[in-house]
Design a protein around this ligand. Structure first.
Ligand code: FEO
Length: 397
């Protein structure tokens, strides 16, 4: 496995092949926790790994340099998937100083016993000379936590970008040109949608700052390192930060006795008549991770649930809760669903959730008492056609 980014700069992290849950994100492709070692007149480790794997990080460092030779450990982000290994790493490297910004120091002190650590607190724009190379620190608040920062090595045109541009993707390879581009871009999209979609504006501001830097390589804290396809991942992020719609309709539903499912199928039929891309998800069989990934770039969405106990089907409530936290933008649609003896909950609750998410409501919700009649199904088809026509306006690119 090639782990060398540049001469004297190596990957020393951990490949987590089997992780399948990352605070609710179903990580079907596993993940990596990327740490990097810079060997210069001063030696620096950039970020740690999850706590259980710190022994592998230490082993990887020790294979390249004695642990006593580590002068700095840089913490770009306090979330435990990167900081969890810091207590073990700081203990293993007796001469290391922990380098981070003030907010990160506060967060680390609230997570770990840091009483024995030496600190160097840096501010936005500060630099730290390692010898031939310099580390320049750039605060990137809310990408993905308030204390997050990038570390940039101008001499190498190398950006350590933390969570930004990352992917939950375990692989035997470390570089973007060693993997199929469509696969890693899809994983980058899933990562963006499920981890940082809520922070589109700060990410956009961060991208503007990154655009001022000369960058030949982006080394994120998850997934592959970008050295050949920077243009592609930057272009993808430009679309992600505004949830740029494509001509795509999603029909998302839960059902109890298949009445709402019949309505969903009719909406799908109508949308498909328009020739736009259409996707159909039952929340019982599709994880929220996949749904949110697809919602990121859809133009229109119909969401349906029957009434259950004056509320929603619990699986739909869960998906809507997850989705509303991530706040997709630039979407339009409507709600639908069946009911029995109470119109409370069901479509009404779905529509309320859609309004809270600031999804433009294109029409009143469609409801069916018990099993939908042919008249209601035709109304669903017509509403599907309307969604398809709405989605058509967004040019393919
Ligand atoms: Fe990979 Fe926000 O931690």
């Amino acid at each position: 496995m090639n782990i060398t980014l540049k001469e004297g700069i190596d990957w020393v992290g951990y490949i987590d092949w089997t992780v399948r849950d990352f605070h609710g994100y179903k990580t079907e492709s596993g993940s990596t926790y990327n740490s990097y070692l810079i060997r210069d007149e001063k030696n620096a480790v950039i970020d740690a790994v999850k706590a259980p794997y710190v022994h592998k990080l230490v082993e990887h460092i020790e294979a390249l340099t004695p642990l006593e030779s580590i002068d700095y450990v840089v913490c770009n982000h306090a979330e435990p998937d990167h900081s969890g290994g810091l207590p073990g790493l700081m203990k293993a490297c007796p001469n290391a100083t922990l380098v981070c910004n003030e907010k990160c120091k506060v967060a680390l002190e609230k997570h770990y016993d840091t009483s024995a650590w030496k600190w160097q607190v840096v501010e936005d724009g500060d630099t730290l000379s390692l010898g031939k190379r310099t580390l320049q620190f750039i605060n990137t608040p809310m990408v993905h936590w308030p204390e997050s920062m990038f570390s940039y090595v101008p001499e190498e045109k190398l950006l350590f970008s933390m969570d930004a541009f990352g992917q939950h993707y375990a692989s035997a390879f470390r570089f973007d040109d060693e993997e199929p581009l469509d696969v890693i871009l899809h994983e980058a999209k899933a990562y963006y949608a499920n981890i940082v979609m809520l922070y589109g504006r700060p990410i956009s501001q961060t991208m503007e700052r990154a655009a001022e830097l000369e960058i030949e390589m982006i080394a994120p804290s998850h997934g592959v390192i970008w050295r050949s396809h920077l243009k592609e991942v930057f272009a993808a992020y430009q679309k992600y930060v505004v949830c740029k719609p494509r001509p795509k309709v999603i029909v998302l539903y839960a059902s109890m006795w298949k009445a709402t499912e019949k309505m969903a199928e009719a909406i799908l039929e109508g949308a498909q008549e328009c020739g736009v891309e259409a996707q159909f998800f039952n929340v019982d069989s599709t994880h929220a991770t996949r749904i949110v990934t697809e919602v990121l770039d859809c133009a229109a969405i119909a969401i349906g649930s029957p009434t259950l106990n004056n509320s929603l089907m619990p699986a739909m409530a869960g998906v809507l809760c997850y989705m509303s936290g991530l706040r997709p933008t630039n979407k339009a649609g409507f709600a639908f669903g069946s009911y029995g003896w109470s119109k409370r909950g069901g479509a009404a609750a779905v529509e309320e959730a859609m309004k809270e998410m600031k999804i433009d409501i294109l029409r009143e919700s469609i409801r069916s008492q018990y099993v939908p009649t042919e008249e209601i199904l035709e109304e669903c088809r017509e509403a599907g056609r309307m969604l398809g026509k709405y989605a058509e306006q967004f040019a393919k690119d």
